[in-house]
Design a binder for this molecule. Structure first.
Ligand code: ATP
Ligand code: MG
Length: 205
């Protein structure tokens, strides 16, 4: 008499698979024991970089942590829903003074504004009381050569050990990608703007 080849029911197979996955995850969780500040870069051409950065700041603030935000692009005339909420909390905030980039009028003014924003960032990146720093759209300052990359890397390397930093923006410099602990690239599959939908309040700003 021949034995049936597979006596496991679907339920049992599912259970065995799940146990294997759980053992694998448990093992990796057990190995991750280090506690330190993490440098996160969120780059790519798709939508979701700044919202991810601001969402993470909100997450930190929700735990009672202290955060700092520097916005390297939005001029003061640009509203931003996230900041309207975050400024009600103890979040240090600096917005670069000009409407930088495609609307730019004067390169000199932009460079000066970028340098001021970077000095504000440096103050946050040397303050151990700030648990998380968001440098929104900072990648462009490197791309345009407005802030010295060596200075950025040195400052990031010397920041307080437990401080998390988030950098957002397209076309992130290779050296920053190398330095980062976590890098996500947001890929555009579609964007409503391309179909003629204008930027929508609450969704895009
Ligand atoms: P968000 O702030 O919505 O997370 P983002 O930070 O990923 O977007 P940016 O490159 O900073 O994207 O662009 C800022 C604005 O441009 C946002 O209003 C966003 O919705 C819009 N946008 C983002 N990606 C695209 C795209 N691929 N095509 C057209 N518009 C885009
Ligand atoms: Mg953005």
């Amino acid at each position: 008499m021949t034995e049936p080849r597979n006596t496991l029911t679907d339920e049992e197979k599912h259970k065995a698979r799940q146990q294997k996955i759980k053992a694998n995850v448990d093992e990796r969780v057990a190995k991750a024991t280090e506690e330190r500040g993490v440098l996160v870069v969120i780059t790519g051409n798709g939508k979701g970089k700044s919202t991810s950065g601001f969402g993470t700041v909100l997450r930190a603030v929700g735990h009672g942590l202290k955060a700092g935000v520097v916005q390297f692009i939005k001029g003061s005339k640009w509203e931003c829903g996230e900041m309207n909420i975050l400024k009600q909390f103890p979040v240090e905030h600096h917005v670069m003074g000009t409407g930088f980039t495609w609307e730019t009028q004067s390169k000199e003014t932009d460079i000066a504004a970028a340098k001021v924003a970077w000095e504000k960032s440096k103050a946050m990146l040397s303050n151990p009381n700030i648990d998380m720093v968001l440098l929104d759209e900072m990648t462009y300052m490197v791309k345009y050569g407005y802030i010295d990359l060596d200075d950025i890397i040195e400052t990031l390397n010397n920041r307080p050990k437990m401080q998390h930093v988030l950098i957002t923006g397209r076309a992130c410099h290779r050296r920053l990608l190398e330095l980062a602990d976590t890098v996500s690239e947001v890929q555009p599959i579609k964007h409503a703007f391309k179909a003629g939908v204008k930027a929508q309040k609450g969704l895009d700003w």
